[in-house]
Design a protein around this ligand. Sequence first.
Ligand code: AP5
Length: 218
Amino acid sequence: MKLIILGAPGSGKGTSATVLREEYNLAHISTGDIFRANIKGNTPLGIEAKSYIDKGLLVPDSLTISMVEDRLSQDDCKAGYILDGFPRTIAQAEALDEMLAKQNTKIDAVLSIVVDDEEIKNRVAGRRVCEKCGASYNVVFKPTKVEGVCDLCGGVVYQREDDKPETVEARLKTYYKNTQPLIDFYNKKGIIVEGDNNKNPEVCIEQIKEGLKAKGLV
Ligand code: AP5
């Protein structure tokens, strides 16, 4: 099964994808995580990506598309995957269609995660991430057992640079301008499955699972 998870910054894409990848044995491909790993490693891609990410802007399509094409060619994607944070523009979506057409395949469903903007701002303000294993926490909704220490690997948990309130505003603006039009793009293909993540993540994940069942995908 090939899935896309789509939603505003901080809507819960990563939270939902982490559960769904286990449930359906999918590779989880987060473009944000790939960029952050490159930033940490100080690679040329990371240095360029950081200049956009820190301003709440999108990394240019040319860089992002080739990075994803390379990632999708790896062996762990053969059994299916969940794309988290890609595509984010119509040009990326069209490039993805072309990539998959070459392999005689297509996306099965697009999981659209819905959350109110005010709730997003609260959640992002409280988000903390492990610098070692990438596990995601929230000081209000999902705190670590010991403050500042990852429950899973003992790594240091930190606040992402782009989670500062002014950058979150910019990320939301970028989302509405560039990414929200994708809902219409995929609605026309009839492959959207909606998850309401305004309450707890379990409710959202259950809705998604039901939606996938209704489409005969699971
Ligand atoms: P990326 O890392 O993809 O960031 P994002 O889309 O802004 O999404 P987030 O990771 O912030 O949030 P999420 O939706 O995964 O929410 P989460 O589950 O963590 O991208 C970062 C940047 O990279 C972009 O801004 C861009 O510059 C660049 N980039 C990436 N992809 C690109 C592309 N394709 N093209 C160009 N540029 C690209 O949840 C958020 C918080 O809420 C967590 O603390 C979580 O614990 C909590 N939470 C989740 N659900 C609930 C709930 N139901 N109740 C309470 N708390 C909850």
